[in-house]
Design a protein around this ligand. Structure first.
Ligand code: EPZ
Length: 419
């Protein structure tokens, strides 16, 4: 198991290329199950979560070929039960349910277990499948969905915390081959949902309204193979913007979609940073002052909950009182205790972190608990005095492609050591 050593205090400058989006690639790879014909997906990031998805697809019978960032998948003959051993490693495996149900009218996947970032049920996914006419059976840790036929209808996917991203993806993938028209109300509006819809449309699906709260899907008889390039990872891009804000002297991101990042760049500009965008590149420079912020994480187009930990690391050394609330995963504050070990002054009040900015953090051994918390600890290490030792970095490899190498190219001093 690796750990990462971050020697802090070095300014960042230069440019970095942003990888393809993990949260877009995962459902798009699952969607290839909807056709027997080959699909070619490019800009697929090299991450352990992607590796898990490709393993699940192979175990479902797909032919999978990978050449650097391009993956070719042919799901000619498939089975409909995804093995527990792999599914338990990654919650997002649940998004093979929709395409398998859509194509084969049945699917069995192990029910996702507990998650460190909070309670993450799939009741909305199952509600959508039932509305399309499927029977849902939960037994022995597995969920089985079964339907002689699927029939289009109107489905509300609005939950206690708003819309559901993978729930919208799953129901959309089941509905593209259903009889008649499906309307998803309260749909997630994330750019990753739009990217999946664009891939499905390239396969011959009839979808309107992706990116809005109301998606309309007219079922078709079958889908064909297609080629697709995955959109840039806006959370990786947001993480590098936060790094540039923490200790940058001008950092340029290449291969980004600035429009997808507005909910992150707006507060950074409000805090005093200077951000210039030009086509698919974006540069962040320090401003004259750095101001505290009040951030409320919500589903898109709100501030992304996958960026709240990284902003806590930035605001930990921003003079004044900042307030960060997570309205999607109220318990997602595992990073706070570790930041406090580095000298941050943060008070947790329910789903809100009240951050009193301190002069400086100091390096310490810390424990990564989940993907975005581990990114926040790397950002904290960049600005801390001395060395920060981050343990359990397998979390970071789930969602960041070579983050240590990319940061070192910007001037950081990060070392990965085998334990
Ligand atoms: C996606 O997870 C992302 N994962 C998450 O990113 C991200 O944090 C999340 O969306 C929110 O933006 C992928 O795309 C692979 P949700 P998802 O269903 O779809 C509740 C990362 O760091 N809910 O939109 O699983 C749920 O508990 C990961 O890359 C129900 O109550 O999230 C949560 O509070 C972490 N019932 C809220 O809705 C349901 O059936 C939003 O969850 C489904 C969800």
């Amino acid at each position: 198991m690796d750990k990462i050593l971050v020697r802090g205090g070095r300014p960042l400058s230069g440019s970095v290329k942003i990888s393809g989006s993990k949260n877009s690639a995962l459902p798009i790879l699952a969607a290839t199950l909807l056709t027997k014909e080959p699909c070619v997906i490019s800009r697929v990031p090299d991450l352990s979560d992607i590796h898990y998805m490709l393993t699940i697809l192979s175990q479902l019978g797909c032919e999978v070929e990978r050449a650097s960032g391009t993956v070719t998948i042919k799901a000619e003959k498939i089975v409909t039960e995804a093995p527990y051993e792999i599914v338990r490693k990654m919650r997002a495996s649940v998004c093979v349910l929709g395409p398998l149900l859509g194509r084969e009218k049945e699917a069995t996947v192990s029910l996702p277990g507990g998650c460190i970032i909070g309670d993450r049920p799939i009741d909305l996914h199952l509600r959508g499948f039932e509305a399309l006419g499927a029977a849902v059976l939960v037994h022995a840790g597995n969920v089985k969905v079964l339907a002689p036929e699927l029939r289009g209808t109107t489905i509300s996917l609005r939950g206690k915390f708003g819309s559901t991203v993978l729930g919208t993806d799953n129901v959309m993938m089941a509905a593209v081959l259903a009889e008649g028209t499906t309307v998803i109300d309260g749909a997630a509006e994330e750019p990753e949902v739009v990217d999946l819809a664009n891939f499905l449309i390239a396969m011959g699906a009839k979808i309107e309204g992706a990116g809005t709260r109301r998606i309309l899907i007219e079922g078709v008889k079958e889908l064909h193979g297609a080629e697709h390039e995955v959109i840039p990872d806006r959370i990786e891009a947001g993480t590098f913007l936060a790094a540039a804000a923490i200790c940058g002297e001008g950092v340029t991101l290449h291969r980004v979609h600035p429009a997808d990042l507005k909910a992150v760049t707006d507060p950074l500009i409000q805090a005093g940073f200077v951000i210039e965008s030009n086509g698919n590149q974006m540069t962040l420079r320090p401003g004259a002052t750095r101001k505290p912020l009040k951030i409320d994480a919500y589903p898109y187009p709100g501030f992304p909950p996958d960026m709240q930990a990284q902003m806590c690391a930035l605001l930990a050394t921003t003079d004044g009182i900042s307030v960060v609330t997570d309205n999607v995963f109220p318990q997602r504050f595992m990073h706070v205790a570790e930041l406090k070990r580095m000298g941050a002054n943060i008070e947790l009040q329910g789903q809100t972190a009240v951050i009193h900015g301190v002069e400086r953090l100091s390096g310490a051994p810390v424990m990564a608990s989940d993907l975005r918390a581990s990114a926040a600890l790397v950002l904290a290490g960049l600005q801390a005095e001395g060395t920060t030792e981050i343990n359990r970095v397998y979390h970071i490899d789930r969602g960041y492609e070579s983050i240590d190498e990319k940061l070192n190219m910007l001037g950081a001093d990060i070392e990965r050591v085998k334990v």
